[in-house]
Design a protein around this ligand. Structure first.
Ligand SMILES: [Zn+2]
Ligand SMILES: [Zn+2]
Length: 349
């Protein structure tokens, strides 16, 4: 038994054509500092969709997507020499449950890594992009970047936390959110529904903007103080009638930037949580005037992962999930693309 199932991407195509194909391949072997994981579950992320459809290009194909992996350590490669600087690394053992996020590894020596910005490392590798990810029965992980999962969080609950949660959390941090503030969330998929629960925990009022009526209802259920319609064509949409302190845009839609800037108070922050975004249309300077800040959020650090998983267990965050078997990964991606599910799609091996 050295064969496993995987759903690799061999060529970029629209999700409608079901570009992932079920295939058999050899179970890989871990080398020094690596782990062989038996994958239990893998979350489905918008970044996987962007990879599938060629909005972003992995260095080579085929590649197995999937970067929200909950797995069990099946085998460990030769240990790394001491002084890795990763406290949990020394304690890892066969049988442990770990999570593999988008950041597969970083170089640790460049100016960004040394500043604690390994998310910006030019030599960073991303899971399911530079290396094969979790749409498979087994995968290799870099032991230093695999995240220990708090026992209080179940497998199914953990998967969405690993990207939607961690990168969403970084967006909240980079948006400079202070307790009690009014925070807008534009787009209400996997990431925003987890962020909303962090905002509730921080005593913030959440205002949700999304074109999906189902997502607006989901937001209200989870405690949003207001949920209104916004279209991705640049129309102003509904407005809550109060200026917002901070806004995070989750939808990969540049037309939302000027629309959301109009809803932001002077001195407020607009953070863009998107690895890919359609062009931002030209807009008058007065929308930015008043010391408003617009910034992007790129990936996340290992430290973001450690902090967020601890917070998620404390709150505790409840992820809404829809589970699909591995071989239905194409359908899961399509349902996410068309906002047909609430929360996150998760593949079960
Ligand atoms: Zn680096
Ligand atoms: Zn992701």
């Amino acid at each position: 038994m050295n064969q496993m199932r995987a759903m690799p991407l061999t060529a970029h195509h629209p999700a409608e054509t079901h570009p992932l194909t079920l295939s058999e391949r050899n179970i890989p072997h871990p080398t020094r500092g690596e782990l062989l994981l038996r994958v239990i579950l893998c979350g489905v992320c918008h970044t996987d969709l962007h990879t599938l459809e060629g909005d972003i290009h992995p260095p080579k194909l085929p590649v197995v997507p999937g970067h929200q992996v909950v797995g069990v350590v099946e085998e460990m490669g030769e240990p790394l020499p001491g002084g890795t600087g990763v406290p949990h690394y020394e304690r890892l053992k066969v049988g442990d449950r770990v999570g593999v996020p988008w950041l597969y590894s970083a170089c640790g020596t460049c100016e960004f890594c040394l500043r604690g910005l390994e998310n910006l490392c030019p030599n960073a590798k991303f899971t399911g992009f530079h290396v094969d990810g979790g749409y498979a029965d087994y995968m290799i992980a870099d032991a230093r970047y695999a995240l220990p999962l708090p026992d209080a969080i179940s497998d199914e609950q953990a998967a969405p936390l690993l990207c939607a949660g961690i990168v969403g959390y970084r967006s909240l941090k980079l948006a400079d959110i202070q307790p009690g503030e009014r925070v807008g969330l534009a787009g209400f998929g996997a990431s925003a529904h987890l962020c909303l629960q962090v905002l509730n925990h921080w005593g913030c009022d959440a205002f949700v903007f999304t074109r999906s009526a189902g997502h607006r209802a989901h937001a209200r259920e989870l405690g949003a103080v207001w949920a209104g319609a916004v279209e991705d064509n640049g129309d102003a949409g509904e407005t809550p009638g109060v200026a917002l302190d901070r806004i995070v845009v989750f939808a990969p839609v540049g037309a939302l930037v000027p629309v959301m800037l109009e809803k932001l108070r002077p001195g407020g922050t607009l953070a863009l949580n998107a690895i890919h975004m359609s062009p931002i249309p030209e807009f008058p300077y007065h929308l930015l005037w008043g010391e408003r800040t617009v910034r992007s959020v790129a990936n996340a650090t290992r430290q973001d992962g450690v902090e967020f998983l601890k917070l998620a267990a404390e709150i505790p965050i409840r992820a809404t999930t829809t589970v699909y078997p591995l071989e239905r990964a194409n359908e899961a991606l399509l349902d996410m693309k068309h906002s047909r599910i609430n929360g996150e799609a998760v593949l079960m091996m």
